[in-house]
Design a binder for this molecule. Structure first.
Ligand SMILES: [Ca+2]
Ligand SMILES: [Ca+2]
Ligand SMILES: [Ca+2]
Length: 132
């Protein structure tokens, strides 16, 4: 599992180059994001909540409502969360690719695999990604 996380980080770094990761998110930002996703405020993120967050994020980024996020729209993605989502490498992220990417994040964040992401699991995950 740890190897998987390492590989994931490595691929993130390779994929994105250095520019976007040069601006580090801080821990407050990560906490604020957790609270934003945890809409029912029970201090865990459920799969439902991550899917709602995915839909909101996607709609926010898809400015021209084309149902895909193109490279220009991607630049507005301050969370970098869609970086690896473009599986077929056509330079655009489809709704399906976005959903599967968020599901993947959810699985990776849910370390103890209880189907919920606790605040600790969430912050640990992003701390690793952003190398705090
Ligand atoms: Ca919740
Ligand atoms: Ca679009
Ligand atoms: Ca969990």
């Amino acid at each position: 599992m740890l190897n998987l996380v390492r590989m994931m980080i490595l691929s993130l770094v390779i994929f994105s180059g250095t520019s976007l990761f040069a601006q580090p998110a801080d821990i407050q930002e990560i906490n604020a994001q957790f609270k934003k996703i945890d809409t029912n405020r029970d201090n865990v993120i459920s799969l439902d909540e991550i899917q709602i967050y995915q839909a909101q994020t996607f709609a926010d980024l898809d400015k021209d409502k084309s149902n895909t996020i193109d490279s220009g729209e991607m630049e507005a993605d301050q969370t970098d969360i869609h970086k690896l989502a473009d599986k077929n490498q056509d330079g655009k992220v489809s709704q399906e690719e976005s959903v599967s990417q968020f599901n993947e994040y959810f699985k990776q964040m849910d370390k103890n695999q209880d189907g919920k992401v606790s605040e600790a699991e969430y912050t640990d995950y992003w701390k690793l990604i952003y190398k705090f």
